[in-house]
Design a protein around this ligand. Sequence first.
Ligand code: BDR
Ligand code: CA
Length: 265
Amino acid sequence: MSPRKIIIDTDPGQDDAVAILLALASPDDLEVLGITAVAGNVPLPLTQKNARIICELAGKSDTLVFAGCDAPMARKLVTAEHVHGKTGLDGPTLPDPTMPLQDEHAVDFIIETLRAQDEGTVTLCPLGPLTNIAVALNRAPDIADRIQEIVLMGGAYFEVGNITPAAEFNIYVDPEAAKVVFACGAPITVMPLDVTHKALVTSERNAAFRDLDTPVGRAVADMTDFFERFDKEKYGSAGAPLHDPCVTAYLIQPDLFSGRHINVE
Ligand code: BDR
Ligand code: CA
């Protein structure tokens, strides 16, 4: 079977980084058509730069990276340096990227790609606030029917929120965008906090990353060492939750997950 075509929409973020690394390391399963950056964990100038840092760490500097929206649709940006650090990727020391940022706006890339590829063959993977996806859907409503699936990290059901007592960060930052996306009619699979708080990097697992003794293994271990402190303190959990990697893991091995079909408004 040919690999599934995906666009990763992201606000890196250490857990976004691991999600991207997993996708780029899985060319038999996933073909990354492009990575679109959005403002979220940190402002856009940092998320687009971090996306390129990660591609270079993965040895995939030919990946197309685009900058998108620098603020939510209808409100001021809320960021999460308290979780991810000043750069968004605090932990490892990684060089500034030399690969280029594409000139095209991320929203235009999403629209053009969905129109250019065969209908139903491109999956969108939002790992941050849904601004880029919603702006694309508002500007080009015809793309909704062309999307194979949207697999996103966001929201919480039984689990308490991570940015307010009730809200999950990605949905909280741009709820107007979330409304557009959840109403668009495309098939949607959601990885909420209820799922991602089960994908923990325990100290044994992080040691296994470090013991790979590769640049990626060491960087992931250093990232996790940094960003686990937030969840350990807030939830008393055994390590950092790999929120966003649940999206790419689901695409590679869906039988790791279970869920049900529900209405979300
Ligand atoms: C989500 O918010 C961000 O802090 C993470 O990168 C993840 O996408 C978890 O609520
Ligand atoms: Ca994210």
